[in-house]
Design a binder for this molecule. Structure first.
Ligand code: MG
Length: 274
């Protein structure tokens, strides 16, 4: 076991900052110290900020309201959820595919808006999208099952791989991972693409969609197995902040598996010293 340590803060500014939300910018309903100052400084320098969430059931506006209420100015286009990355992945990689989303309204609206064809006929579905769907029922699983297993034409992608979505107070809710697992178990297929953390597909899709140079960007987050792993696998510099899930003993216990570019006490340290 090697002892993990706090590192120096970055010595230069990055071209773009990709920020996790809970545990990084805020913790539950409380703004984390330094977040407002850092965002204000980036805004004054006109450096892009993106806020990442794996949750495909919420609209961007909801995150904007929360950030604004906490004193962080943010615009809807700065909030990147897996609704955006899934829709963009399809436009970039399979624009002519007919899809069947097991998903809630925000994704379905975004697919329609992007001009992606949706069908419930298993004979013409090319891609099944497993998502966080609180109205999943037998018929949806059956359509997906027939498209993948019986007609052998569809493959499986997902908005995000999370088995459950944690709630404050220790509760949680069944998430997209349950639908992925059900379809993998019944059809024998394997998930081909995941458009959420920790897949580097999420960052590459964002980079391509928004023209962001990933090798000159910094991703900031509190979780080793999501943002930090994704950044490392996508070749993006990473800053682990210790205001959320991870502490130094936990980082040490990964025995060198993860080497964030920076290990910082909080988001307050992500910019070079003045
Ligand atoms: Mg987090």
């Amino acid at each position: 076991m090697n002892d993990a340590q706090i590192t120096d803060r970055p010595r230069h500014l990055y071209d773009a900052y990709i920020l996790d939300l809970d545990g990084t910018v805020y913790l539950g309903d409380a703004l984390l110290p330094g977040a407002q100052e850092v965002v204000t400084e980036l805004m004054s320098r006109d450096i892009p900020r993106l806020y990442l969430s794996n949750n495909p059931t919420r609209d961007r506006e909801m995150y904007v309201r929360k950030l604004n209420d906490l004193g962080i100015p943010a615009r809807p286009e700065e909030v990147i959820t897996t609704v955006f990355t899934t829709t963009q992945w399809l436009l970039q990689n399979a624009p002519d595919a007919t899809v069947f989303p097991i998903a809630e309204e925000p994704l379905i609206r975004a697919l329609h808006a992007a001009g992606i064809r949706i069908s419930e006929d298993p004979r013409e579905i090319d891609i099944v999208i497993a998502s966080y769907d609180r109205e999943v029922h037998w018929k949806k699983l059956q359509i997906a099952f027939e498209a993948i297993w019986y007609y052998k034409r569809a493959y499986l992608i997902a908005t995000n791989p999370d088995m459950f979505c944690p709630f404050p107070g220790g509760r949680g809710e069944v998430d997209a991972g349950a639908i992925i697992a059900a379809l993998e178990a019944t059809t024998g297929t394997k998930l081909r693409v995941n458009c959420g953390k920790p897949s580097p597909v999420m960052l590459r899709t964002i980079g391509q969609a928004l023209g962001i140079e990933l090798e000159r960007s910094l991703i900031v987050g509190d979780r080793l197995y999501t943002e930090i792993r994704m950044g490392i696998e996508a070749g993006v510099d990473t800053a682990l902040v210790l205001t959320g899930e991870t502490d130094l003993p936990m980082l040490s216990e990964t025995a060198g598996r993860f080497h964030p570019t920076y290990v910082l006490p909080s988001i307050a340290e992500i910019l070079p010293s003045p």
